[in-house]
Design a protein around this ligand. Structure first.
Ligand code: ATP
Length: 309
């Protein structure tokens, strides 16, 4: 058995290495397992004006399930007006990431449709859709290369000055300057030498460089210290400003400024509105954020105790 498995395993290792190097075009776009068989329809068009026109996002009566017998979204409708920010909150498994995956057309709805500026996603080329959307994933995929390479990946051919400008906009420049080799510092295997907050700022810098009209952001759930949280918050606000943005939000600080918050439960919108109005209802939103607030308080207490035992 060992004889059979050993060479296969070695081969797997080599394959993984090669694949990692080739993966580039797909990784920015991937949030999770992608449905493999989505191809451009015959006669598919480029997203109007290369995505520079109206980018109002609409989910129209969308039904969706990863498996036919288990529906995740039920008759789901949502409009995010051009240039506005919609924050999605809800308990784990309520369907938040699924919305992002459908918008990026990693999956197709079973019924209903998703449109951008009135154009159904099924009628636009996948390339133009990808070009129009900047993704900031929860755990950004970084390449075992330098900081500059990892940011510059947002727009191949970008000049060093442009990379630095993007890093500044993402509030990443400060921590990068402190690294031993600055922008030439290797990030390590999958960015192992950077913290979660730093990795996310690299991903935001990439998005600045790409300068897409639409932003999809999956906020990290991991605990950040106050300074890192503030830096990320500022960067997120700026990258989402004037772009049509779908944010899967885990932080109170992110949702308070959103144009609209939708609260999901079991694949449906159960509450919607702005922060203050939702809090005043004392419904699910209120409960979610009370819980979150208590967790944050407990975490910061833990951190303080760890620092000054
Ligand atoms: P979380 O906050 O934990 O990320 P979420 O609200 O983003 O959760 P989704 O990832 O959208 O939830 O998942 C919605 C439902 O779909 C869950 O019940 C989940 O188990 C299921 N699901 C998600 N991805 C897949 C998949 N690739 N195959 C099968 N089921 C899936």
């Amino acid at each position: 058995l060992i004889q059979v498995f050993l060479p296969l395993n070695t081969l797997g290792f080599v394959f993984r290495e090669t694949r990692d190097a080739l993966l580039n075009t797909e990784t920015l776009f991937r949030l999770l397992r992608k449905q493999p068989d989505i191809v451009d329809a015959p006669g598919a068009r480029v997203l109007q004006d290369g995505g520079r026109g109206d980018t109002t996002i609409r989910f129209e009566h969308v039904d969706f399930g990863y498996e036919p017998q288990r529906r995740v979204l039920h008759d789901f409708s949502l409009e995010i007006a051009h240039g506005k920010t919609c924050a999605v909150v809800g308990s784990s498994g309520s369907g938040k990431s699924t919305l992002a995956r459908l918008l990026m057309r990693m999956y197709e709805p079973g019924a209903g449709r998703v449109t951008i500026g009135g154009q159904p996603l099924t009628e636009v080329t996948q390339q133009s859709l990808r070009d129009a959307i900047g993704v900031v994933p929860q755990d950004p995929m970084l390449f075992n290369d330098t900081i500059a390479y990892n940011i510059g990946y947002g727009r191949p051919g970008a000049l060093h000055e442009e990379i630095v400008a993007a890093a500044r906009a993402a509030q990443a420049d400060e921590f990068i300057q402190l690294l031993p080799e600055g922008y030439d510092t290797p990030v390590g295997e999958r960015g192992a030498r950077l913290s979660g907050g730093e990795k996310q700022r690299i991903a935001i810098a990439r998005a600045f460089l790409k300068n897409p009209p639409i932003i999809v952001l999956d906020e990290a759930t991991s605990a950040l210290d106050t300074k890192a949280e503030r830096a990320i918050q500022g960067a997120l606000e700026r990258v989402a400003r004037d772009r049509t943005s779908l944010i899967i939000a885990h932080r109170l600080s992110t949702v308070v400024d959103a144009d609209e918050i939708i609260v999901m439960d079991g694949g449906r919108i159960v509450e919607r509105g702005r922060h203050d109005a939702l809090l005043a209802r004392e419904g699910l939103y209120y409960q979610l954020w009370e819980l979150q607030r208590q967790q944050q308080q407990a975490q910061s207490l833990e951190r303080r105790l760890a620092q000054h035992p």
